[in-house]
Write a protein that binds this ligand. Structure first.
Ligand SMILES: N[C@@H](CCC(=O)N[C@@H](CS)C(=O)NCC(=O)O)C(=O)O
Length: 211
C-alpha cells in the first residue's frame, strides 16, 4: 500500500465519512470494519489508538487521528487532489469551509442528531430523556430549515462544482436525519439526491455497511 493508511470503523455515519473521503481521493487503505461497542473496540490494542474506544480511527504511518471531521479534513489536505476535492489553502477559503464543518459537527451532529440517538436508540446506555429528544428534533428542523437555501445555493455542492469535507459531513448528517424520521426541506432534499449520485459515495456506503 503506497501510503500506509489504516482505518478502523464501519456501520455508522461517522465511519462512513472516512471511507467516503478515502474513495473520493482515490486512496488505497487497509481497513478493519469494526462496529461501535464491539469487543474489538475494547481490546488493549484499540484503546492505545483511541482511549475513548470510539470509531472511526485513522492511522497514517505513526500519526493517529480519532475525530471524523479532523480525519477527513486531514486527508483532503495531506493528499490534496484539487481536481476532485475542494480544500482551499487561503485563510478566507478555509474559514468559509470550516464554518460549514463546525456548524454541521456542533449544531447538527452533536446538539441534534446525537442527542436523539443517545436517548432513543442507545437509551439502555445513556438513559431515557424524551423531552431532550423532542427538543433536539425541533432544533435539527429549525437549523436545517434556516440553512436549506444556502445548502442549495451554489450547487451541485456547498462550494460549487467540487465536493468538500463540508459536503461529506453534511450529507452523512442528512442521511442520518432521514433514518431518524426527519423530513428534509425541499432544497436540502434536492442537494441530498444530487450528492447521492456520486460513485464514491455509493462505493463508500457499500464498504461502510459491509458485514
Ligand atoms: N465526534 C466523534 C464521535 C465518535 C463516536 O461517537 N463514534 C461512535 C460510533 S458513531 C462510537 O464509536 N461509539 C462508541 C460508544 O459510544 O461507546 C467523531 O465524529 O468521530
Amino acid at each position: 500500500m503506497a501510503h500506509d493508511l489504516t482505518v478502523w470503523g464501519a456501520g455508522t455515519s461517522r465511519t462512513m465519512r472516512v471511507h467516503w473521503m478515502m474513495l473520493e481521493l482515490g486512496l488505497e487503505y487497509e481497513f478493519f470494519l469494526i462496529r461501535p461497542r464491539t469487543p474489538m473496540t475494547q481490546s488493549a490494542e484499540f484503546i492505545r489508538l483511541n482511549p475513548r474506544r470510539k470509531v472511526p480511527v485513522l492511522r497514517h504511518g505513526s500519526f493517529v487521528l480519532t475525530e471524523s471531521a479532523a480525519i477527513i479534513q486531514y486527508l483532503s489536505e495531506a493528499f490534496a487532489n484539487p481536481d476532485k476535492v475542494y480544500a482551499p489553502d487561503d485563510a478566507k477559503g478555509r474559514a468559509a469551509l470550516n464554518e460549514w464543518c463546525y456548524f454541521v459537527m456542533s449544531e447538527i451532529d452533536a446538539a441534534s442528531l446525537y442527542v436523539a440517538r443517545r436517548h432513543e436508540g442507545l437509551s439502555h446506555i445513556y438513559g431515557e430523556a424524551p423531552a431532550a429528544v423532542e427538543a433536539a428534533k425541533r432544533y435539527f428542523q429549525a437549523n436545517i430549515e434556516a440553512m436549506a437555501p444556502r445548502i442549495d445555493e451554489r450547487g451541485p455542492y456547498l462550494f460549487g462544482d467540487r465536493v468538500s469535507a463540508a459536503d461529506i459531513l453534511l450529507m452523512t448528517c442528512l442521511d442520518w436525519a432521514v433514518s431518524l424520521g426527519h423530513t428534509l426541506p425541499v432544497d436540502a432534499a434536492r442537494y441530498r439526491e444530487r450528492v447521492a449520485r456520486r460513485p464514491a459515495y455509493q462505493a463508500a456506503r457499500e464498504r461502510n455497511n459491509a458485514e
